[in-house]
Design a binder for this molecule. Sequence first.
Ligand code: ZN
Length: 258
Amino acid sequence: MRVHSLNCGTMASAGAGEPPAVCHCLLIETDADGLVLVDTGLGTVNLKDPAGSLGEDFLGWARPVLRSEETAVHQVEQLGFAASDVRHVVVTHLHRDHCGGLPDFPDASVHLHAAEHEAALPGEGIYLNAAYAHGPKWVTYAGLAGDEWMGFAGVRALDGLPPEILMVPLLGHTPGHVGVAVQSEDGWLLHAGDAYFHRNELHDAGEWPEGLDQLQARAETDRTQRLANRDRLREAVRRPDGPVVFSAHDPVEFAGRP
Ligand SMILES: [Zn+2]
């Protein structure tokens, strides 16, 4: 399957020397199930009403550029498709910078972990529901039932999608945070969402901006789970058959994608 990496939201740099952060989304061309979008980044609802849909706090620290050219729907159309060709969206979680594009694909089925659905639906606290007030066709997956895959437990295929797309529970950043594995023409990819923020977190050598640890600590809902899942990711990238792993916001990982 052909997999496109899209930046659906440039935001403030994570620290000195770091390029601006991205919202790394995947657009997958399946053989029989239309287009599948993994995360949506920021969408037209955010451009129309930045403060109402993202909150003044988020605008202050994330400083998203909010360009219509960066929305997933615009990029889907630039690739020669229609928005309605996107039949499925898989969201790693429902933080504002991951689901802002949902209203641009109102007919798509939106797959996510049940714990995330439950946490986010009231639209309170860190969750703002402007991106899902239209009532998406939610498809939820509860618990940790599933198979072992590359050292991860509870991995499963998704309803109506081919077995080359898998939901990989990476809980901890939020109650129902997941990664999404995709078997591309060049091998397995793993979109790890916000399970970590900086590429160096997966490698023995190298450091990362201190501010990112503080940002993670402010956001995380289960530190023990989050750090255990980051350890699994560190192990996965060392496997000879391991996936290419990237996170949602690291601009260098994004730049390395074809
Ligand atoms: Zn994020």
